[in-house]
Each structure stands twice: as C-alpha cells, then as structure tokens.
Design a binder for this molecule. Structure first.
Ligand code: AMP
Length: 403
C-alpha cells in the first residue's frame, strides 16, 4: 500500500505539524541557495489553500543540542519563506518547545504559518527523547513529513514525534516533495529504462562503497570519477601519485572490482587525469597525465580522454543517476570533467532519458553550471539519496500512514 499523502488528508481547520528540511546555506544572515525552501512550497500551499494552518519544524546545520546559537538560527529562513509564500510567517521564540512556541501554535488561524526555531537547539532532538517529542506532538492535529533531505536520520522530529502522534490516533502523512523524491529514485532503482548508468564521484568514498555494491546488480555501467576513483586505481596497481586513497578504501575498492567482474555491470575508471602539485586553485603546477600519475602530483579532475569517454557512455543511457562531482569543481582549473558529465546528462535527457542528480555537491555543481532545470530531477537530499541508492529503507517513511 502506498504512503498516504498530505493531499489525501482533510486539513480544514486543522493545525498540521510539518517537518521540512530548510537546512540551507546562510552567510551573514543571507540565504545562498533557497531550493530546499522553494521545493517545500507545494506541500505548504496544499495545506494553506484548503483552510489548514502550519507549524513548521526544521534543523539548520549541526548545533549539538546546547540551546540557542545565533549562527544556526532559522530566523532568515522565516523571512525568506514569508516572501516566497506571500504571507507572514510567525517566528515566536528561540526555543521550539517552550510555552511561547506552544501558545503561538495553539493560536494559529486557518491559513497562518509558524516556523519553530531550529530543532537541533534542543538536546531531545538527536536523542529522540519522549518528553521532547510529546511537547512537539501536542502542537499539531496531524503530522506531515516533507523532509526528504533528513529521511535517513531518525531524529526526534522525524521519528519520535510522529510515533507519539500515532499513539494519539493523529494522522501522519507524507508531503509532496518527499513523495516526489521517493518516486524518482525509487522508480529508477526498481525498473530503470536500460541502459542504466550510474555516475559516482566526490570525496566521501566510504559513503559510496555501499552504493556501488548495491548497484552492481542493477546498473549496466558505473562511471567513477573524483577522489572516489583513486582507491580503485590503486587497487588495480596503477600509479596515483599523491592522490587520496586510504588503505581501507583501497581494500573496499578491490572487493567491488571483484564483485563487478562477476556481474554484467561494467565499472569505468579514469584513464587520464588533470593533476596538480598542490591542493589549491592556483598555487600548484598543473599537468595532465595519461595513465600513471607522477609522484608529487595529485588527481583533481578527470582528464580530457576520460571526459569524452564518459560523455559517450552517458549519452547512450536511458536512465542516469549522478552523485558526486568528477573533480574539485569549485575551482575552475578542475571543473571541466564535472561540466562535461553534467552536459552529457542534459543531452541524454533531451533525447528522452531520465536523469537524476543526487543532491549535495552534485546539485550545487548543477546550479553553478546553470543546468539545474535541465535534468529530470534534482534531489534535495545528498545523504538520503545515497542511502536509497545503497538500498537502505527509511524507518522515518515506513512509520507514516498507508493510503
Ligand atoms: P562528496 O560530498 O563526496 O560528493 O564530495 C564533494 C567534494 O569532492 C567536492 O567538494 C569536490 O571538490 C571534492 N572532490 C572531487 N574530486 C576530488 C579530487 N579528485 N580530489 C579531492 N577532492 C575532490
């Protein structure tokens, strides 16, 4: 049975306690990329337009439950959301569970919105404490989870709060963004149009080993770039200079190479590399190496031959999932690999393929390259989409009501 959505819930005169993921980049009080806020709007409007009111919960950054810290305040988000919704957003207190917040929630009229302060200021959030969860649970007549970016974390507002509400026979439903994300990634994994190509890069190699392991059985090709490539190349006995490749990651990569060799999935690794003597945008000597990387140089982008080869593979695919840049795309000398891969995905999309960008830095790269609106789907959750790709179910979604 599919998960019940907010659209299927009668919200007239009801207060909906909605967990969103407004964890957006903020510098000096100014929001950088507001995509996570914009993507939540359909759910919020669905409640407000049908005569409901909203109590919103989110985290921002990683304060560790030590109470209010100005740098992690959601206040700028309340202002931005008000602008996007075209109506005021109340922001009553700097503690999401104090009496002021509770009273403001109780006083909401249909069509009104309130944003609680960062739930991670409360120590009960990470611990999922029952007393903390009960306080938040009493703020709403129903619960809605629209926080895909946090779906892999069983934090209080994601798990203990809906559990407490279910115990009180209150409805617990999924938001429209959460459903959209689960649909795109779920369908790509369950019945991908073939060929199915997975593109993996970035620096957090350990996080992606489970993904490769799970996808070897499903994908036709796995194309690897970024720092992720070097443990694989080292495991194959290639010279990688001073590129990153821990012993642990190299051993894991060796096991994945053996696993792929026993399957029909082809693993592709870079054959040439854009390298530098320093991990820096401008300070090092930059050279391209075909094959072996000379000692003293580290790989910071895939080389031109690899760029073309990867673009060809991607353009032939009918389903493409991408997680992790091909190089240090933040610095222009090492951006071309990521650009070529992103552009090939866009070209494939125009030719009818389904393309999914798995959040985090790949989504940031897509935005930077002005290509974000040219993919089939750009996820709002880097960590969450990786867990889905690794085949892990979300307990936070499983506990929601069935339709
Ligand atoms: P991740 O969060 O795992 O997707 O990693 C993204 C980060 O990986 C970006 O900040 C990139 O700059 C970085 N990155 C990509 N390729 C390399 C590389 N070859 N060496 C070091 N860092 C890299």
């Amino acid at each position: 049975m599919p998960t019940k959505t907010i659209a299927q819930l009668d919200v007239t005169n009801k207060r909906v306690l909605c967990r969103v993921d407004f964890n957006v980049p903020i510098e000096d009080g100014v929001i950088g990329d507001d995509r996570r806020i914009r993507e939540a709007l359909p759910t919020l409007r669905s409640v407000l337009d049908r005569g409901g009111s909203l109590v919103l919960m989110s985290h921002l950054g990683r304060p560790e439950g030590r109470g209010f810290e100005a740098e992690f305040s959601l206040k700028p988000v309340a202002a931005k959301l008000g602008e996007l919704l075209g109506r005021p957003v109340k922001f009553p207190s700097n503690d999401c569970t104090d009496a002021v917040s509770a009273a403001a929630a109780m006083a909401l009229k249909p069509g009104e919105v309130l944003l609680l302060e960062n739930v991670r200021f409360a120590k009960g959030e990470k611990k999922g404490e029952a007393e903390y969860a009960a306080k938040l649970a009493s703020d709403g007549h129903a619960y809605c989870n629209d926080a895909f970016g946090t779906a892999h974390r069983e934090d209080g507002s994601m798990f203990a709060v809906p559990k407490a509400m279910k115990a009180q026979d209150k409805a617990c439903v999924a938001g429209l963004l959460l459903m959209k994300e689960l649909k795109y990634l779920g369908e790509a994994l369950a019945k991908p149009a073939k060929p199915f190509c997975v593109v993996l890069g970035g620096a957090k190699v350990t996080d992606k080993i489970g993904v490769v392991d799970n996808l070897i059985a499903k994908a036709d090709s796995i194309v690897i770039g970024g720092a992720m490539a070097y443990p694989f190349l080292r495991a194959m006995g290639k010279k990688i200079g001073s590129s990153r490749a821990s012993d642990e990651d190299t051993a894991a990569a060796k096991a994945l190479i053996d696993h792929a060799a026993r399957s029909t999935c082809e693993l592709f690794l870079p054959e040439d590399h854009v390298c530098s003597t320093h991990f820096s945008e401008r300070d090092g000597n930059i050279e391209v190496f075909d094959g072996a990387i000379r000692d003293g140089f580290m790989g910071l982008d895939i080389g031109p031959k690899t760029q073309l080869r990867y673009a060809m593979i991607i353009k032939k695919a009918k389903t493409i999932v991408w997680n992790g840049p091909m190089g240090v795309f933040e610095w222009s000398p090492f951006r071309v690999g990521t650009m070529m891969v992103a552009q090939a995905m866009v070209d494939a999309t125009k030719a009818g393929a389904v393309s999914i960008v798995g959040g985090g830095d790949s989504a940031a790269a897509a935005e930077m390259l002005h290509l974000a609106d040219k993919f089939s789907h750009v996820s709002t959750g880097g960590g969450a989409s990786l867990e889905m790709l690794a085949g892990k179910p979300f307990a936070t979604v499983a506990l929601l009501d069935q339709a």
